[in-house]
Design a binder for this molecule. Structure first.
Ligand code: SF4
Length: 465
């Protein structure tokens, strides 16, 4: 299921329709050990007012301005004292400063009203930042969050060109102008094809995604969209590098009259059968499959995931496209030399979203062939969102509390870190990891990737801090 990424950093917003606020001083929250910044005496709480006389708007400006060999920084320390710091360095040396925010002039919010917007499908009462609708080209460039291009001013377009902010990540949904406007509920949605031309003429690039809503932009509309995008996917310097096709995610908090319906297994089969022949066609015409289906389509359709090689260099892995196949491949490599037995018997629980449990079961069986090891897989649904077939990243603290209650969890629970908000120990429903730790009868260990799972099963046992 698709979620707009908040890029994992705290955000402040400009109000929709308002000009961005003036850039604020860039507040330092950490200084990398051994960095030039540390040598210069920078400390957390310092605020950078300007660099070579310019106040940066965001991290992109900062990085570009830092590319000079001679720098003059105006800094205000935590006590309010003003300092001017002059230095010389190699052009590619960074200063090692970590800032509180990536955007010093506020988040550019979206001006669309998509009925399938995940932000609008959250329950009320959470932190204000969870309701911010990021449609900011800077975050797209920095962190790969998707944007629609509908809120860009002439100055923004100029900046994208001048600073070569490429690749960007663009939510397309449909290339038919009328349909795209309808999906975004914004007449500016109709400009996409001209915008793609603009990218192509300037040799700027983007990755695309299509969120498929059954009966709205699937079927022939989806085929047209992928063909139109693939027309920008050829040559030495394609404007469109890849396209992810992902199913719409609907929660129980959406309004009843939104005109949407959830993706059913029969829809998943239809989408696979529509897109896979196009992949073959694109492969022959432009040398790449170009448009990839997210893993959920195959899981929902009950079909095997495509082989790893078919995802080429996994351009949309972060979007759930090929991510399970890549994880299985990493596990394959990490479990090649499993011991026959472990000295001290152990029993562990591994928690994942219900829709992926079937695909991971062979891994569990491989671990359980190790004598003394018992790994149990718990594929949980999400009563919180009202989804039975949920992906792991959407399981909330409430789902875990409810789903694990009364189960025999062994001596430790393994939780994929992807369930937590980026950079925070908080689940999507605002439950704190600490709360879950206090509520479960056994310790929790977080898993990043395949190596973590192997270490937890075969290496040292213990909860993490
Ligand atoms: S573009 Fe649509 S889905 Fe994305 S944040 Fe805006 S309204 Fe929500």
């Amino acid at each position: 299921m698709w979620i707009e990424s908040p890029a994992g950093i705290p955000l402040q917003s400009s109000q929709v329709g308002e000009a961005p606020r003036l850039p604020q001083p860039a507040e330092v929250v950490a200084v990398e050990p051994g960095s030039i910044g540390e040598e210069l005496g920078f400390q957390s709480g310092d605020r950078v007012l300007s660099i070579n006389g310019i106040r940066p708007r965001d991290l992109i400006d900062w990085q570009i301005l830092c590319g000079e060999e001679e720098l003059t920084l105006e800094v205000e320390d935590a006590q309010g004292h003003h300092h001017v710091v002059e230095l010389e360095k190699e052009a590619d040396d960074g200063l090692g400063l970590v800032f509180r925010e990536a955007l010093f002039d506020g988040l550019k919010q979206c001006n669309n009203h998509c009925p399938f917007c995940f932000i609008d499908q959250q329950p009320p009462g959470h932190r204000r930042t969870l309701y911010l609708k990021d449609d900011d080209f800077r975050l797209s460039f920095l962190y790969g969050s998707y944007l629609t291009l509908t809120n860009l001013s002439a100055a923004d377009w100029q900046r994208i060109e001048q600073q070569r902010l490429s690749p960007l990540y663009v939510s397309v949904h449909a290339t038919d102008p009328e349909l795209r406007s309808r999906l975004l509920v914004n007449p500016r949605g109709a400009l996409l094809m001209e915008q793609l031309q603009w990218f192509a003429q300037r040799r700027l690039q983007l990755h695309a995604q299509v969120v498929v809503c059954p009966d709205l932009n699937d079927g022939e509309a989806l085929e047209r969209t992928l063909r139109d995008l693939a027309a920008f996917g050829h040559g030495d310097w394609p404007a469109v590098l890849s396209t992810a096709v992902v199913p719409v995610g609907l929660t129980r908090f959406r309004p009843p009259d939104d005109g949407l319906r959830p993706v059913e297994p029969v829809d998943a089969v239809a989408v696979i059968e529509r897109v896979e022949p196009l992949q073959q066609e694109f492969q022959a015409a432009i040398g790449s499959r170009f448009a990839w289906l997210s893993d959920e389509w195959y899981l929902m359709a009950g079909r095997p995931l495509p082989p790893r090689a078919s995802y080429e260099d996994l351009p949309q892995r972060e979007n759930g496209v090929g991510s399970i196949r890549a994880f299985l491949e990493e596990l394959e490599a990490a479990t090649r030399q499993l011991p026959q037995r472990i000295d001290r018997p152990r029993r562990l629980s591994w928690v994942v979203g219900k829709v992926v449990a079937g695909a991971l079961q062979p891994v569990v069986e491989r671990f359980n062939r190790v004598e003394g090891l018992e790994l149990q897989l718990h594929g949980l649904p999400s009563p919180y969102w009202g989804q039975d077939q949920v992906v792991t990243g959407l399981l909330t603290g409430a789902d875990l509390l409810q789903g694990l209650h009364g189960r025999d969890l062994g001596e430790i629970v393994l939780l994929p870190r992807v369930m937590l908000r980026e950079g925070e120990d908080i689940f999507l429903d605002d439950t704190r990891l600490e709360t879950l730790r206090e509520s479960l009868p056994v310790p929790i260990r977080l898993l990043g990737g395949a190596d973590d799972l192997v270490a937890a099963c075969i290496g040292s046992v213990g909860g993490d801090a």
